[in-house]
Design a protein around this ligand. Structure first.
Ligand code: ZN
Length: 153
């Protein structure tokens, strides 16, 4: 999943895979926000996924070939936006990465109309472009310092 347009979906995918105890190659193929209105946020997130063999040719080679889905592995996960937010917070603590930009420090703003199209980014405002969530930056620096002390004896 190198496509930056897919980045924000990586954690949705991972959260759902954990809930359905899917295999490492289990991926979401559909997601839906349930119960939201124009003025109210969604109440539930539904994620459908399965295991599918990777495409072997073309521009999307390596990504799942959803036309050859393994029916035995189809699962549906449901969670609330609040549960997903909590999950993302734990993910940040476990990985030390900013969940907003998945640790890249960059947020996709637009695609150019050139051929081939190019992605236009801005630094992630959640982590000031560092890829590390602000609330963890002190902890990460402390652990780096500890590692550096260990490395230098
Ligand atoms: Zn970020």
């Amino acid at each position: 999943m190198d496509d930056p347009r897919q980045r924000r979906l990586i954690l949705l995918d991972e959260h759902a895979r954990e809930l359905v105890r899917g295999a490492p190659d289990w991926h979401a193929y559909r997601w839906e926000l349930i119960g939201g209105t124009a003025t109210e946020p969604a109440k539930l997130i539904r994620v459908d996924g399965a295991v599918a063999p990777p495409l072997t040719r073309g521009a999307d080679a390596g990504t799942p070939d959803w036309s050859r889905i393994d029916r035995e592995t189809v699962r549906t996960a449901y969670f609330t936006p609040a549960e997903h937010q909590d999950w993302c917070r734990r993910w940040e603590e476990n990985t030390g990465k900013c969940a907003h930009c998945v640790g890249t420090g960059l947020i996709l703003v637009a695609w150019t109309h050139s051929q081939p199209p190019e992605a236009v980014y801005r630094p992630c405002s959640n982590c000031q472009g560092t890829g590390v969530p602000a609330r963890l930056q002190g902890a990460v620096i402390a652990s780096l310092a500890a590692e550096s002390r260990a490395a230098h004896g």
